[in-house]
Design a protein. Structure first.
Ligand code: PMT
Length: 394
């Protein structure tokens, strides 16, 4: 989605400037045209040559006659699909809040109609200072999007909030903002991910091998296509995606409650989670001792979330199958009254639980069956969403 988009990347004088090199590189690799604008202070940390090498384009400076000919701040402001300032110092934030324009970056921001994302990076005391907070509040009120800095060890000493947000989070925010005009714009999508965990005692549970990758790929793809996304996730080791409301749950019952709450404003529910079918009838309060040679657990059914959840939204289910894949999936589609079901072929070692790829067949209520080759989970997510978009238009 970033291909052929023009991103003006403003870089200001912070030690976090080295991370902006990674950001510039990743945006360029994603196909974007990255026009870098550095403040004078930024050039003291890293030379423009670094960014020229990474983006293939010379950083723009309106006072430099050797700079890219024909590209001044007005041209930049017009061509920008988005402006991203990362890292943003307290100084640039104060200047923008006050409407000061005394260099290429501030002039470009003042002149642009494109959305502007600001990713602050500074010492905690500077970030928490009411002056900085007031300035950020002013910018927010004027429509700037602020990517909150992270907590952690700071180059200037100490631990606290002020580190530049993770690059993944900044890119996620860029995609979220740019997706606003895409084919899921204005739609609310709820996605479930991961394998639920049903406790046996305080340390043990019944679980499965779902990594959450498929559900997270769907949530991010829906976000990138403009949807407002809620991700209801069982425990995974995946980082929380930016621009998505994430609800963490553990058990099937908790997932049911979270889904019921999230679907109140949903257009689509996609259940990619592997929900445990059974839970222990009773959960031991203390850790079960391994004194006897055998242990019998009585299991009872968990709620069937897809069957029980009610509302006026599209329902998409998944089915991980090892035999009679299409027929079994179709049975689940009918039984759970779904609009679409995605049958996962888990006989393929590259497909299903924990893998980065999936081999699926998408089946709709009207019988339309589409078998896809082995694809990345992100590609599978987009193919599913293509079908969802088609159904939403009906
Ligand atoms: O997380 P990954 O490692 O990326 O792996 C992805 C996946 C293999 C977990 C995923 O793509 C997948 O196939 N999930 C469904 C697994 C499955 O076989 O579910 P099921 O047949 O038990 O359930 C069918 C559908 O009903 C599913 O959409 C499921 O979320 C839902 N369900 C199941 C049980 C239950 N109690 N409530 C439900 O809503």
């Amino acid at each position: 989605m970033l291909a052929n988009k023009t991103i003006v990347l403003g870089i200001t004088g912070s030690i976090a400037v080295y991370k902006a090199a990674d950001l510039a590189s990743r945006l360029t690799q994603a196909g974007a045209r990255v026009e870098v604008v550095m403040t004078e202070a930024a050039t003291r940390f890293v030379t423009p040559l670094t960014f020229r090498s990474l983006t293939g384009r010379r950083p723009i400076d309106m006072f430099d006659l050797d700079s890219e000919p024909g590209i001044g701040h007005i041209a930049l402001a017009k061509m920008a699909d988005i402006v991203v300032i990362a890292p943003a110092t307290a100084n640039i934030i104060a200047k923008l809040a006050a409407g000061i324009s005394d260099d290429t970056l501030t002039c470009t921001v003042l002149a642009t109609r494109a959305p502007v994302i600001i990713a602050p990076a500074m010492h905690t005391f500077m970030f928490q200072n009411p002056i900085t907070q007031d300035n950020l509040a002013k910018l927010r009120a004027r429509g700037f999007i602020i990517v909150e800095p992270a907590c952690g060890r700071l180059a200037s000493g100490g631990i606290g909030q002020g580190r530049l947000a993770e690059i993944e989070k900044i890119i996620g925010t860029i995609k979220q903002v740019m997706g606003k005009s895409d084919d899921l714009a204005g739609k609310c999508v709820v996605v479930t991910a991961g394998g639920t965990q049903e406790p046996i005692d305080p340390v043990r549970y019944i679980g499965n091998r779902s990594s959450g990758k498929m559900g997270y790929a769907l949530a991010k793809a829906a976000r990138d296509r403009g949807a407002t996304v809620t991700l209801v996730t069982a425990p995974t080791s995946l980082p929380e995606p930016a621009g998505i409301e994430v609800t963490h749950i553990r058990t099937a019952t908790e997932m049911k409650e979270a889904v019921a709450k999230a679907v109140s404003r949903a257009d689509v529910l996609i259940m990619a989670a592997a929900v445990a079918d059974y839970q222990s009838k009773s959960v031991a309060k203390a850790k079960i001792k391994k004194e006897s040679p055998s242990l019998t657990l009585e299991l009872v059914r968990t709620p069937d979330i897809l069957t029980e959840v009610k509302g006026n939204f599209l329902k998409v289910g998944f089915a991980a199958e090892s035999e009679d894949i299409v027929a079994n999936a179709r049975r689940k589609l009918d039984k759970k009254n779904l609009d679409l079901i995605v049958a996962n072929d888990i006989t393929d070692p590259e497909s299903g639980f924990g893998t980065d790829t999936n081999k699926v067949t998408i089946i709709s209520k009207d019988g339309k069956t589409e078998s896809l080759p082995l694809l990345s989970k992100r590609e599978v997510a987009d193919r599913i969403l293509d079908r969802v978009v088609g159904l939403l238009k009906r």
